[in-house]
Design a protein around this ligand. Sequence first.
Ligand SMILES: NC(=O)C1=CN([C@@H]2O[C@H](COP(=O)(O)OP(=O)(O)OC[C@H]3O[C@@H](n4cnc5c(N)ncnc54)[C@H](OP(=O)(O)O)[C@@H]3O)[C@@H](O)[C@H]2O)C=CC1
Ligand SMILES: N[C@@H](CC(=O)OP(=O)(O)O)C(=O)O
Length: 340
Amino acid sequence: MSKEFHIAVVGATGVVGRQLLEILEERDFPVAQLRLLASERSDGEFLDFRGGSLLVQRLDEEAFAGIDLAFFCAPAAVSARFCPIAAGAGAVCIDFSGAWRIDADVPLVLPEVNPHEIARARGKKIIAIPGAAAAALAVALKPLHQLSPLRRLVVTSVQAVSGAGQAGIDELRVQCGELLNGRPCDAKVFPRQIAFNCLPQNGPFDADGVDAEEAALVHDLRRLLDLPELGVSATAVRVPVFYGYSAAVNVEAQGALSLPQARAALAATPGVALIDEPAEGDYPTPVDAAGQDEVQVGRLRVDGSRPGGLDLWLAADNLRAGAALPAVRVAELLFLGREE
Ligand SMILES: NC(=O)C1=CN([C@@H]2O[C@H](COP(=O)(O)OP(=O)(O)OC[C@H]3O[C@@H](n4cnc5c(N)ncnc54)[C@H](OP(=O)(O)O)[C@@H]3O)[C@@H](O)[C@H]2O)C=CC1
Ligand SMILES: N[C@@H](CC(=O)OP(=O)(O)O)C(=O)O
């Protein structure tokens, strides 16, 4: 009989955690035992898995005994504290948060983009998954970089409220209801009203006015593409969209990027869906990307203002394509030797 694994999911009740359970089920990951962990708020709740109901338990230091693989889909502070504890108990940790991505000793893996990092990940106990924005961008930009090395990017990152977890979704829903009924609304999760608005802020600003999400996007993208010197100018905007990450990207490559070449390279890339029929009004949107495994790319245009210039627009499901699916693929590569 093939081996089955003892798995813990920290943050199982969150939006990423629930998406992860769905994908483990869909892809038939061999699970001997699934231990669902969350904060004390969810202690005693049940979540569905493979037709049954599993109890959610409060995360504590004893939670990782006998666990082979622990997915961490909780806030970064939880990962920072508990990944070493889980690793000490013998588990391999796959972390979705930003806690470990800047640690050069921790592999940052996205199977479509840097599968060679999997070799480095073997033997490591903590492995990081990139943020959803960097993941979607890296998948779409790698084939263009292979055509002509990238010199500089200008990215406007357009992020759904689900990027801020279940609380972000709830805040948009409540604010829409209040405003449509002529009542004032409170902002608790986001810094200002998000309903019917756009906020050029996703995290705290540093002393230079750079938003934490922008800095993380630049860092993760350079690391994934193995281009530490890549010029990236990023602006992250939170928009009143429930699900789906999108971005407008201006690419400057070292040599000319022709449209037919770029289209052919993107169309041939696993993990990319080229949706680029502007005359028929066919282009990616976050609503269409939600629920899909691929990063959708379209609106390809030559940027005639500079040599090697190209503009594009992309959209991807931030929870699925940008987070839970890459994490399960990493687990498949590490534990099952499964290749796509
Ligand atoms: N949302 C997205 O698009 C993406 C998110 N990520 C990262 O994934 C992680 C999870 O995000 P997301 O699912 O959106 O967030 P949610 O807020 O929806 O879920 C957070 C989860 O963490 C649990 N949790 C919170 N505090 C603790 C604690 N002290 N101890 C144990 N569990 C705790 C929550 O449990 P409870 O329900 O009991 O509160 C819940 O299960 C974050 O690190 C985020 O940055 C990464 C890529 C994309
Ligand atoms: N921060 C992203 C979601 C995400 O990718 O999480 P992380 O910060 O761990 O990369 C957002 O707000 O939309």
